[in-house]
Design a binder for this molecule. Structure first.
Ligand SMILES: [Zn+2]
Length: 224
């Protein structure tokens, strides 16, 4: 009987280890061209390891496994900002040298790795979801700070214009719609009618509602 507590502790530890295990994410960091940016790369690598499980949970699709072996390369160049091809994220050295605090761009690119959409179309929505998770979730930016284009269909501009729109839909109209859009896009089955089927309003009606909700609109427009 003296051994029972000991056995219990061992069993408890084994059970906890099994429960805590999740598929491992690996990030291969390549700073061979820019050794002076290696430390920045290591911080970006940590950000990916920390946010990969969170972003995967925010963009789930039944039976889908996101890429878990990621390459992060910092390229020695004076052009561009960052790009993602498959599970490879490439960041431009000149941008990091000028904006060393801009780790959010890595988060945006990590969303693209996890999205794994068969097509970038609709482009505005692909980029909007990436910026919604970057600015709306990771950076916690207030709704009023998202730019809002003047024209009808301004969500097509993607990035923060579409991200603010998605943030509004998630908070005020139809929580969970981004997950449904993501799954449809991932399966190559996206149709604009999803907005109406899920929320009861067409995409253009939603955009009008969003613009009307932004009483700060004139101030934001003047910054565009
Ligand atoms: Zn992007």
């Amino acid at each position: 009987m003296q051994f029972i507590p000991f056995v219990f502790i061992i069993l408890f530890c084994i059970t906890n280890t099994i429960l805590a295990q999740s598929p491992e994410v690996k990030v291969e960091l390549d700073t061979a061209e820019v050794p002076h940016l290696h430390q920045w790369g290591e911080q970006a690598q940590e950000l990916i390891l920390k946010w990969h499980p969170r972003l995967s949970n925010l963009l789930p699709t039944k039976g889908f496994e996101p890429p878990r072996s990621i390459v992060l390369k910092i390229e020695n160049t004076e052009r561009g900002i960052a790009a993602t091809t498959g599970a490879k994220i490439t960041v431009s050295s000149h941008w990091i040298e000028k904006h060393p605090q801009d780790f959010g761009l890595v988060l945006h690119e990590l969303v693209h790795v996890i999205q794994t959409y068969p097509s970038v179309d609709p482009w505005g929505l692909t980029e909007g979801i990436a910026d919604y998770l970057r600015w709306g979730i990771h950076e916690g930016q207030a709704q009023a700070k998202f730019p809002i284009p003047q024209e009808a269909g301004g969500y097509r501009k993607g990035y923060q214009a579409a991200a603010g729109f998605l943030l509004w839909i998630e908070s005020d109209i139809d929580p969970g719609l981004v997950k449904k859009l993501n799954t449809a896009m991932r399966k190559g089955k996206y149709q604009e009618s999803i907005f109406e089927a899920e929320s009861g309003k067409t995409l253009d009606e939603l955009w009008k509602g969003y613009r009307n909700s932004r009483t700060d609109i004139n101030m934001i427009d003047s910054e565009m």
